[in-house]
Design a protein around this ligand. Structure first.
Ligand SMILES: [Mn+2]
Length: 143
């Protein structure tokens, strides 16, 4: 299994390739706010572990294994954003909170969160009921 840091790289590389068709070291460094030399080091490790193939002057491509995990990591990030949005977390907190928790949940928990998001999405009255609870709690706090 990739470490949390490797997961961040694979996730970003997957998204860059989806968006632009390629992922350059400088783009990865910008996306993760790290120094390009750190990217080069990590990319070499990811190459050694067979998540991608890196050729210095030709860029990098994800292997089938890298693509599979990349897709799951992007799904996990998006699912957790959806969850936080549904439960009413302020938009300004969502991205950073997801970055903080995404590496620390088992795939078992991710699957169950998937069920929960589906439960709300299938019937928006459920989201409304949750909002009613939140409103009630907010009003109680004001008293
Ligand atoms: Mn993420």
């Amino acid at each position: 299994m990739p470490t949390p840091s490797m997961e961040d790289y694979i996730e970003q590389i997957y998204m860059l390739i989806e968006d632009k068709g390629y992922a350059r070291v400088s783009d990865i460094a910008d996306a993760l706010a790290v120094h390009p030399s750190s990217v080069t080091k990590m990319v070499q490790k990811l190459d050694k572990d067979e998540y991608l193939i890196y050729e210095k002057y030709r860029g990098l491509v994800l292997t089938a294994k890298g693509q599979k995990i990349g897709k799951r990591l992007v799904y996990r990030h998006e699912l957790l954003e959806q969850l936080l949005r549904i439960i009413g977390v302020d938009e300004t907190n969502i991205y950073d909170d997801v970055e903080g928790i995404e590496h620390h949940l088992s795939w078992n928990s991710i699957d169950r969160i998937g069920d929960l998001v589906q439960y709300f999405e299938e019937n928006h009255n459920r989201i409304q009921e949750l909002r009613n609870v939140q409103k009630r709690n907010e009003e109680e706090q004001k008293l």
